[in-house]
Design a protein around this ligand. Structure first.
Ligand SMILES: CC(=O)N[C@H]1[C@@H](OP(=O)(O)OP(=O)(O)OC[C@H]2O[C@@H](n3ccc(=O)[nH]c3=O)[C@H](O)[C@@H]2O)O[C@H](CO)[C@@H](O)[C@@H]1O[C@H](C)C(=O)N[C@@H](C)C(=O)N[C@H](CCC(=O)O)C(=O)O
Ligand SMILES: Nc1ncnc2c1ncn2[C@@H]1O[C@H](COP(=O)(O)OP(=O)(O)OP(=O)(O)O)[C@@H](O)[C@H]1O
Length: 517
């Protein structure tokens, strides 16, 4: 999107006032406070007339010259560009300034769009889809969704666009909120990544409900978070910015997370849920408990019981069928039940939503007649692959586990070790292949995964072409085998050297392959 010209406006006076309020202003080169802007943009190619342009990231002066030529009337930046004859506003932090001013430009659309925000290393998309599915029953499909997979701006199929980031750039985020309101949406469910906080994409955005699902090491390395502490700190900001907080107790570091929430929310506004029998973080308050009543590939069912008085007021006690298999999806479903009840959902609506949610590329099952059963799943780090493989092994302890995976280049470097570890713990056969290699050699990435696999225990083969690797794994599988195609779900591209190279998608390849097998 990178620029917006929906009917909206902001004046230099308003810009300066806001920046001063947030201690972001260094200086302004504007002579008139009354000058107004009818559009905003951060990419010169998206600039239209009377535009206020943001210079951020790996920026080059030539982009500002381009923006001026296309109609920019001023810019906001951390440094002046005196060679270009256009007035600037110099700020201390451009990402914060862009978020703040984008929200103001659209008249703070978040104030009219009650929002549930999810963070966590795993389960954000699934929980967000569960929640949207429930609230769609309550609010007649008027629920917007900003997720890793899709951005849903309205109730019609034409209102759905593919997302390029889990959490969009701030200007795009507030543009999308405005579009959602214009299309009659009444609520928003969104995912917030740790990068969104690191890059201030959601600066000054407050949520009605914030959920912390879990955390385990991920996204640590060059281009992302320098340390786990930084990753945790960024994720915790979601609760600092939420009126009501929902926390899953069954994950490491949740005591730390709870105390972060308590710094800005009353204990009355913090809801902690536990799996029955779990002893993890037992010192945390217990508001809601859930237990698994069925946990197989064909049936996933939970019972929710409220413990504290405030939880009882949500009125969600009961049993619920969950459309997605996997014990880890039970916690995701509980989070969705709690948050949607906070937004007005009744147990029958929660039951309907949880029983009928489909999340593209998450635990999709493709049976065959004469070969193994194929699972397409988005697992691409230790936590997720370990969860999926242990769940599947529990279902069929004697079947062989066959995994096809690669890992991303230039980011999530620590995932390679984790994927190798998960394969080593639970798989019998591994096909290592290409994921999104970016600027790296996929063979080198595969070797780094393989370094954590004991090849005497797990037969490991490298096939560079992802489609060929899937085809070989599936056609060589036998009845009773569980073949897990991990990592890309429905992604219809591979990121190679800065380009999105078209790729059919794991799910499409498998769907075509299993015909006749
Ligand atoms: C490291 C990082 O956060 N990069 C993001 C950032 O890039 P950037 O600001 O440096 O942009 P750039 O492409 O170098 O260009 C610099 C500026 O010049 C502008 N430009 C460029 C060309 C031109 O002709 N004219 C022009 O004006 C660009 O619009 C941009 O504003 O801003 C871009 C959009 O404004 C993002 O697409 C980009 O995300 C990169 C691609 C990315 O993939 N980030 C990942 C790590 C990410 O954020 N992932 C999380 C999920 C992971 C998690 O769970 O933490 C996510 O939320 O998706
Ligand atoms: N609560 C959970 N705990 C562990 N693993 C999970 C959990 N929920 C989902 N998974 C696994 O993680 C994969 C990705 O799930 P999902 O897309 O919901 O998570 P996400 O947080 O949005 O991930 P990402 O940040 O990678 O986009 C699933 O396909 C499944 O394998």
């Amino acid at each position: 999107m990178e620029g917006a010209s929906i009917l909206a406006q902001i004046t230099v006076d308003e810009v300066l006032m806001l920046l001063k309020e947030h201690d972001l202003l260094i200086k302004s080169q504007f002579s008139s406070l009354d000058q107004s802007f009818n559009s905003i943009a951060y990419n010169s190619k998206a600039v239209s007339n009377d535009c206020l342009f943001f210079c951020k990231g790996n920026f080059h002066e030539a982009y500002l010259a381009d923006a001026k030529q296309r109609g920019a009337k001023g810019y906001v930046s951390e440094k002046p560009y005196d060679n270009i004859a256009i007035p600037g506003i110099i700020v201390k932090n451009i990402q914060k300034a862009m978020s703040l001013l984008s929200a103001a430009f659209f008249g703070f659309p978040q104030n009219d769009l009650p929002t549930i925000a999810y963070t966590g290393t795993k389960g954000k998309t699934t929980s967000a889809y569960f929640t949207k599915s429930i609230l769609d029953h309550v609010y007649n499909r008027k629920v917007a969704l900003f997720s890793t997979i899709n951005t849903v701006l309205g109730p019609h199929s034409g209102d759905v666009i593919k997302s390029s980031l889990t959490t969009p750039e701030s200007l795009d985020l507030f543009t999308n909120m405005t579009k959602a309101l214009q299309k009659g949406m009444t609520h928003l469910v969104m995912e917030v990544s740790s990068q969104a906080y690191k890059k201030q994409r959601v600066y000054n955005l407050h949520y009605d409900v914030g959920v912390f699902l879990n955390i385990s090491p991920d996204h640590i390395g060059r281009n992302e978070h320098p340390t786990f502490a930084d990753y945790l700190h960024c994720k915790e900001q979601l609760l600092v910015n939420a009126k009501r907080c929902v926390i899953n107790a069954d994950s490491d570091h949740m005591v730390d997370v709870y105390y972060t929430a308590k710094a800005t929310s009353q204990p009355e506004d913090i809801f902690v849920y536990h799996r029955k029998g779990s002893t993890q973080n037992a010192q945390l308050p217990k508001d809601i408990e859930y237990e698994s009543l069925a946990d197989s590939l064909s049936e996933n069912k939970i019972k929710i019981t409220s413990i504290s008085d405030k939880a009882k007021q949500l009125g969600i006690d009961g049993t619920y069928e969950i459309s997605l298999p996997g014990d880890y999806n039970e916690g995701n479903a509980v989070a969705a039940a709690i948050t949607s009840a906070m937004m007005g959902a009744k147990p029958a609506e929660i039951a309907d939503g949880l029983a009928h949610t489909r999340v593209p590329g998450r635990m999709e099952i493709y049976p065959t007649q004469s070969h193994g059963t194929i699972y397409v799943d988005y697992a691409h780090n230790y936590g997720s692959l370990h969860s999926v493989l242990t769940f599947l092994k529990k279902q069929s302890p004697t079947g062989r586990v066959i995994v096809i995976t690669g890992s991303t280049g230039d980011k999530g470097i620590d995932r390679r070790k984790g994927l190798g570890k998960a394969i080593n713990e639970s798989a019998n056969i591994a096909y290592l292949t290409t994921d999104d290699p970016a600027t790296e050699d996929p063979k080198v990435i595969a070797d780094e995964i393989a370094a954590h696999i004991d090849s005497k225990r797990v037969k490991t083969t490298y096939i560079a072409n992802r489609q060929a690797a899937i085809e070989q794994a599936v056609t060589h599988s036998q009845q009773g085998d569980m073949v897990v195609v991990a990592g890309k779900g429905h992604d219809a591209f591979q990121k190679i050297n800065g380009k999105n190279v078209p790729y059919p998608g794991d799910a499409t390849i498998v769907a075509n392959l299993v015909k006749g097998l």
